[in-house]
Design a protein around this ligand. Structure first.
Ligand code: 13P
Ligand code: SF4
Length: 334
């Protein structure tokens, strides 16, 4: 077994604790024990692997997770999600220790917008307000006027006067969808999610022919061609809710496959088919989300590392547009 000091050094190099775990221990029971001992909670996004969802205290979409993280009184937040989500939790609740099982859990959308380049883009549009999808770094948040998520983006955009020019970043697909919904003409940053861009319209069309009663449900990060054939478009929470309430028995799900775990749990008699991607591999897993494992989560809770640490000035600057979002969301009961 690696000694603890070298294991901590490994965080610097690898981004996660690298310690052998006794294969005979019950990780689920150990995690429960550690949560109680340390007054810790586990927040998980729907794209996490099923085992992680099953040990979580709260599972949600980006908005729900941010709202929960802001209010929790636990001493430790273990964030089973990606870096921008854990960072948002730290921004909102700085006195808590926020841990991320694998610091390498990034996001292709967030990576598409480096703050120095975005600053140049913003400076070219001085009369524009900046609405930014929460899938971005704290540096980008600090350059934004209002943050949004997939569940409140339309309301956030509509909260600004119709003649207010807007930059929307970093997701061009969500931005184009909101432009269409609201009739606005927001200037879009050219970013996209690597998972939601790979769905194949051709294969979804073939699936629809084989399952004529199935409903196609899609996340708004998908490309327009996929959204055009969707019966319902929404955030992960929205998609889950739709499958619970809609009378259909079969759903073709165009988002990351992790969400199927909660869909199947909530509606065990319904059938959920992951929308096929445009490649030979049959999976639409987010490689960033799936870096977290139950083993890494256990080690992270046990040794309280890796931890999210932030510069205080950056945190305060990034908090302003998030607070703006939370205020507007609360106004609409979201
Ligand atoms: P939501 O869960 O907020 O819909 O976001 C989806 C996503 O891609 C998160 O990375
Ligand atoms: Fe980022 Fe897409 Fe993965 Fe979400 S699913 S974390 S948007 S890469």
């Amino acid at each position: 077994m690696a000694d603890i000091n070298s294991a901590f050094e490994a965080i610097e190099q690898k981004g996660f604790l690298d310690i052998d775990i006794d294969p005979t221990i019950d990780l689920f029971a150990e995690i429960e024990k550690l949560k109680k001992e340390k007054n810790a909670i586990i927040l998980a996004h729907y794209y996490q692997e099923p085992d992680i969802q099953d040990v979580a205290d709260y599972i949600g979409d980006s908005l729900g997770l941010a709202q929960y993280a802001e209010k929790t009184e636990a001493d430790i937040i273990v964030f089973a999600g990606v870096h921008f989500m854990a960072e948002t939790a730290k921004i909102l609740n700085p006195s808590k220790k926020v841990l991320l099982p694998d610091l390498n859990a990034g996001c292709s959308l967030s990576d598409s917008a480096p703050p120095p380049l975005f600053k140049l883009f913003k400076d070219k549009h001085p009369d524009h307000k900046v609405i930014t999808y929460i899938n971005c770094s704290a540096g980008i948040k600090a350059l934004s006027d209002i943050i949004c998520t997939s569940s409140n983006s339309q309301k956030i955009v509509e909260s600004l006067p119709a003649d207010q020019p807007i930059i929307f970043a970093p997701d061009k697909n969500l931005g184009a969808y909101i432009n269409k919904q609201t009739g606005r003409n927001m200037v879009l940053w050219n970013g996209a999610c690597m998972v939601h861009e790979i769905f194949s319209l051709e294969k979804i069309t073939r699936l629809k022919i084989r399952h004529p009663q199935a409903k196609v449900i899609a996340h708004p990060e998908c490309e327009e061609a996929i959204l055009n054939v969707a019966d319902y478009i929404g955030s992960t929470t929205g998609l889950l809710k739709f499958t619970k309430q809609d009378p259909a028995n079969t759903f073709i799900v165009a988002t990351e496959t992790g969400i199927l775990h909660q869909m199947q749990k909530a509606s065990p008699d319904k059938t959920f088919i992951p929308a096929p991607p445009d490649n030979s591999c049959a999976c639409n897993d987010c490689p960033h989300m799936k870096l977290n494992t139950l083993e890494k989560l256990y080690l992270c809770l046990k040794y309280e590392a890796p931890e999210i640490v932030m510069d205080e000035d950056l945190r305060l600057a990034a908090r302003k547009p998030i607070d703006e979002m939370l205020k507007i969301s609360a106004h609409y009961g979201l």
